[in-house]
Design a protein around this ligand. Structure first.
Ligand code: PBG
Length: 326
């Protein structure tokens, strides 16, 4: 008790603070989400996500190779297809944009773990995450997702990450992958994915905003925590290898509870809107962007995430490279 106990004693110098720090960020913690588009030598900045780009495959491979050499282990790929249709067919054949990127990355940066986002919204003309029947996304037409997942596996994906939020899709995908011989291909499930307003910039980047209605009949109500744990439990039972909470910042209570209740690896997705807010405020000089980034990523890890998907990867690599005696 005070005055014997003085917690400030261990805060007196930077070195002491370094010694007793409880949470550390490592490059291994991160997955970099990237957008890949058709064409050659394309690097097109996403207006609402300063510092993030739509890359053609040649440039994507170059950037991935540089990041891999700096220690990054994994990227998540989102495709901007040449055409969109009712069923998202551009995502299911060998020459789909993500398939080409997966092939090239496997050849040129073989160690990099490539995670393929499995969903239809980037590829459908209506912008929803599944096939539309009677004005709503049909749950059980998971064969489209299975077809896409197997096609990504054929192209060399290192992991499959379904983000569609259909019920039962982990079991369906596991079954489809195993039937094709991909028994060792891990699934990272977007298990607790909320119907969040924080996805705005991503939808600009991928031109994937729904053309009618919204995603509230399949993504979760942002007010629900117990239901999020049920979603995670379902995916664990269906065979998910890693479960994800998305978005991250506004849902750290879910990350923390999931950490306590489940023992498999937990991922958290620091989404486009979270990135955009920090960049916008920093650009105005209202906050110190690098410090807010570090504080945010630390909070996600402190809450219990093992893996953090974030657009801050290039920035955090710079930050982690700095010597900390200051
Ligand atoms: C769906 C998908 C989305 C994101 C990742 N996968 C968009 C959505 O559900 O509308 C959002 C990621 C972000 O905002 O950074 N394929």
């Amino acid at each position: 008790m005070y005055p014997i106990t003085r917690l400030r004693r261990l805060r007196q110098t930077a070195e002491l603070r370094d010694m007793i720090r409880e949470t550390h960020l490592h490059i291994e913690d991160f997955v970099y989400p990237m957008f890949v588009c058709p064409g050659k030598n394309i690097k097109e900045e996403i207006v609402s996500m300063p510092g993030q780009y739509r890359y053609s495959v040649d440039n994507l491979v170059e950037v991935c190779s540089q990041l891999y050499n700096k220690g990054l282990k994994s990227v998540m790929l989102f495709g901007i297809p040449e055409y969109k249709d009712e069923t998202g067919s551009a995502s299911m054949h060998d020459h789909g944009i993500v398939q080409i990127a997966l092939n090239e990355l496997k050849a040129r940066v073989p160690g990099l773990v490539t995670i393929a986002d499995v969903c239809l919204c980037e590829y459908t003309s209506h912008g929803h995450c599944g096939a539309i029947v009677d004005g709503d996304v049909h749950n059980d037409q998971t064969e489209l997702l299975a077809k896409q997942a197997v096609s990504f596996a054929n192209a060399g994906a290192g992991m499959i990450a379904p983000s569609d939020m259909m019920d039962g899709r982990i079991a369906a995908l596991r079954n489809a992958l195993d039937t094709q011989g991909y028994t060792n291909l891990p699934i990272m499930a977007y298990s607790a994915k909320f119907a969040s307003a924080f996805y705005g910039p991503f939808r600009e980047a991928a031109d994937s905003a729904p053309k009618f209605g919204d995603r509230k009949t399949y993504q979760m109500d942002v007010a629900n925590a117990r239901e999020a744990l049920r979603e995670i439990e379902q995916d664990v039972l269906e065979g998910a290898d890693i479960v994800m909470v998305k978005p991250a910042m506004a849902f750290l209570d879910i990350v923390s509870q999931a950490r306590q209740q489940f023992s498999l690896p937990i991922a958290a997705y620091n989404v486009s809107g979270e990135y955009a807010m920090v960049k916008a405020a920093a650009a105005n000089g209202w906050i110190d962007g690098q410090r807010v980034m570090t504080e945010t990523l630390l909070s996600i890890k402190r809450a219990g995430a093992d893996i953090i998907l974030t657009y801050f990867v290039p920035d955090i690599i710079d930050e982690l490279g700095k010597v900390s005696h200051k």
